[in-house]
Design a protein around this ligand. Structure first.
Ligand code: AMP
Length: 283
């Protein structure tokens, strides 16, 4: 554990001073964008970044532009001191904690839209979400000038959107995916899991069980649509309030898949009470 904890930068200028020094010393710099309430899933990204890069920046910013008006922006869990303690334990180099004014000063007018990948799955019911993500992530990339960026497969569609944006806009950064970290019962770790009641928490691991069951069935030759029919029935009887989507799509393009299952990935979003849970798995 480091004695002092990460450098805390609250302005772009403060972060860039450190990055300039690190780059002058010839060090690779990584950035790990997060919304805080850090858990072991986030920490796996930091560890992966530390394996590849000498210096690691973790950004913590609950980005208002990726939440729709009715969503949980105000309720989203926040805990700066606990987050910084976790980053200190790992030896992360710098925490970037910008205020909303730093990220969206008066007159801010730009929105980055990635077409195609953002209109399916999570984008269908959250039409403003990925525009907010792409905009804030492109800012974080430009602000940090990092060489590599680490994203969780937990939010697989987000990873694809960010990778597409980086390619399309020639942003000089490499986007690296990191496998999903799960609780011992299979539930994907998420900052939003704290919203779950005891009863809901008991239902939630069914998501991973259903995805695993579908992946196994498809690996054994079942078609995607047969696997989805089985999966829907299993989710219905598990006790979720609503299935937002349960789909099998191509892992690169997100095009729907039915026949061949090569490069297929299973994606799910469900609701329990106010809480929305997502997960995905390679076939
Ligand atoms: P968030 O703070 O939820 O916006 O997530 C920040 C980053 O952590 C994103 O790249 C997420 O995909 C990643 N992440 C969140 N949960 C997990 C998890 N359980 N396993 C791996 N990565 C995760």
């Amino acid at each position: 554990m480091s004695e002092t904890g990460p450098i805390v930068a609250r302005t772009v200028a403060a972060m860039r001073e450190h990055v300039a020094l690190w780059k002058a010393e010839g060090n690779l710099v990584a950035v790990v964008p997060t919304m805080g309430a850090l858990h072991d899933g986030h920490l796996a990204l930091v560890k992966a970044a530390q394996r590849d890069c000498r210096r690691v920046i973790v950004t913590i910013f609950v980005n208002p532009t990726q939440f729709a008006a009715e969503e949980d922006l105000d309720a989203y869990p926040r805990g700066e001191a606990a987050d910084l303690a976790k980053l200190q334990a790992l030896g992360a180099d710098l925490a970037f904690l910008p205020g909303v004014d730093q990220m969206y000063p008066d007159g801010f007018a730009t929105n980055v839209r990635v077409e195609g990948l953002t209109e399916v799955l999570c984008g269908l019911e959250r039409p403003v979400h990925f525009g907010g993500v792409a905009t804030v992530v492109s800012k974080l990339f430009n602000q940090s000038k990092a060489d590599r960026a680490y994203f969780g497969e937990k939010d697989y569609q987000q990873f694809l959107v960010v990778r597409r944006m980086v390619r399309d806009l020639d942003i000089p950064i490499e986007v690296v995916p990191v496998p999903t970290v799960r609780e011992s019962d299979g539930l994907a770790m998420s900052s939003r899991n704290v919203y779950l009641s005891k009863e809901q928490r008991a239902v939630a691991p069914a998501l991973y069980k259903v995805l695993s069951g579908m992946a196994t069935r498809m690996a054994q030759g079942e078609t995607a649509s047969a696997a989805i029919t089985w999966g829907r029935a299993a989710l219905d009887s598990a006790g979720f309030d609503r299935i937002e989507y349960l789909e099998v799509r191509d892992a690169e393009t997100l095009a729907p898949i039915d026949g061949a299952t090569r490069n297929a990935r299973v994606f799910v979003a469900t609701h329990m009470g106010e809480t929305r849970l997502i997960d995905n798995l390679a076939v």
